[in-house]
Write a protein that binds this ligand. Structure first.
Ligand code: SOE
Length: 406
């Protein structure tokens, strides 16, 4: 099962250029909106072998899910995700719910023969991620595929950094320096939300944003973290409860009770990579003034790259093989049509934003499915990141270095 015949052609699909990919999405908050715009725009800016059709949106509250479907462009709605995976007119299930439901939905969808795109982190625990990976591997043998949404891989400057490393322009990698800095809960009065509840989210800054820099650094370097020594901290232990459907900027109800924060506010760790590089990682929601600063610097024997998402159309590159007189970090404006993904968009210098990486993710997923190849990052990649997250937590609890099983 991969394609559905196009309804307007009135006959069975005759090849990869004529089919549709019927998408169902579950969840319609911040990530749901980001994924919706990706499904809307992917086939309009990129030449795709299958046309994504936004068939059905899932959400628990009928009124809210209908309003979201109208706003975001979905044809129909369902209030029970189980009905979604039973539908014959759904080829792919896009999971944009909190982490506590990822495993159950993904495993059931794969068993029902639906491809799956699952938001990061893959799961709330290593055990769940292992189960999901087993389900994905079994499904792959039936031609049904699963992908985890480490979206920032598809930012053009990040893709260019990976390309430079793969071409050997950095030589042997020695240092990995990675930070993911936000400040949306630095104010102790910022409301309690599901992202601060361990049962819902699995962990705090560590899993929500630390997972991104773990994935990004491993992706760019092509290497894997071998061991970690970590420290987690929760600065604000109780917060006023938010309105029921609060997102990142939720509001506090009048006279709200206090709720207990059960996750980390900040996570820092040292890492050793299998290839010999050493790494320093920091993920926090308390870096006042930093809104979404994903900063990655990688130093190799022949050069370095540096990236900051708050200036996301730029990649800094230092080529140590150039003469000392003229060598220096250069700012590459990653907006040329020859840069990864950029050719489908605007003329040089016009720049892309946060949402474009989600579109690129949808494009790569559709292309992989049409070609019958495994889309990446796979659930196995998501599991490996989950193992690093688990090791950082154990390390922080036990004050010991922890190895990451292969
Ligand atoms: C919240 O911290 C969040 O929305 C993350 O969950 C996303 O993965 C990241 O893209 C932006 O910040």
């Amino acid at each position: 099962m991969t394609t559905t015949p196009p309804t307007d052609a009135g006959s069975a699909s005759t090849g990869p250029t004529s089919g549709h990919l019927n998408v169902a999405m579950i969840g319609h908050a911040f990530m749901g909106a980001a994924h919706s715009q990706a499904w809307r725009s992917a086939g309009r800016f990129f030449d795709l072998p299958l046309r994504p059709v936004m068939r059905v949106l899932g959400g628990r509250d009928d009124v809210r899910v209908r309003a979201a479907a109208d706003r975001l462009g979905w044809e129909t709605t369902e209030t029970d995700w189980r009905r979604i995976i039973e539908r014959d007119d759904v080829d792919l299930v896009d999971i944009c719910t909190p982490g506590d439901s990822h495993a159950e939905i993904a495993i059931a969808a794969l068993a029902a023969g639906k491809h799956v795109l699952c938001e990061k982190p893959l799961a709330n625990s290593v055990a769940e991620a292992e189960e999901m990976t087993r389900a994905a591997q079994e499904a792959a043998s039936r031609g049904v595929h699963a992908m985890v949404g480490f979206t920032y891989r598809r930012v053009p400057a990040v893709a260019l950094a990976k390309q430079l490393v793969a071409e050997g322009r950095l030589g042997d990698i020695r240092h990995v320096r990675a930070q993911y800095l936000q400040d949306w809960i630095a104010d102790p009065e910022a409301p309690m939300s599901w992202r601060l509840d361990k049962d819902k989210a699995g962990s705090g800054a560590l899993g929500d944003i630390g997972a991104h820099i773990i994935d990004l650094t491993q992706h760019i370097t092509g290497d894997a973290i071998a061991e970690v020594s970590g420290q987690l901290e929760t600065f604000v232990k109780e917060r006023p409860m938010a309105d029921a459907h609060a997102g990142l900027s939720g509001t506090v109800a009048e006279g709200a009770e206090l709720g207990r924060v059960t996750v980390d506010d900040a996570a820092v760790f040292l890492a050793r990579f299998r290839g010999g590089a050493v790494g320093v990682f920091e993920a926090t929601r308390f870096a006042t003034g930093r809104k979404n600063a994903i900063r990655i610097e990688i130093n190799g024997s022949k050069g370095s790259v540096a990236f900051d998402f708050e200036d996301m159309n730029v990649l800094e590159f230092f080529d140590a093989t150039e003469p000392d007189e003229t060598a220096g970090f250069r700012r590459i404006l990653v907006t040329e049509p020859t840069h990864p993904y950029v050719g489908a968009w605007w003329p040089p210098g016009h720049g892309l934003g946060y949402e474009h990486a989600f579109t690129h993710q949808a494009v790569d997923l559709v292309n992989a499915l049409a070609q019958g190849v495994e889309p990446t990052p796979t659930f196995a990649d998501g599991l490996q990141v989950q193992r690093v997250l688990g090791a950082v937590e154990t390390s922080s609890d036990t004050r010991t270095w922890q190895g990451i099983p292969v």
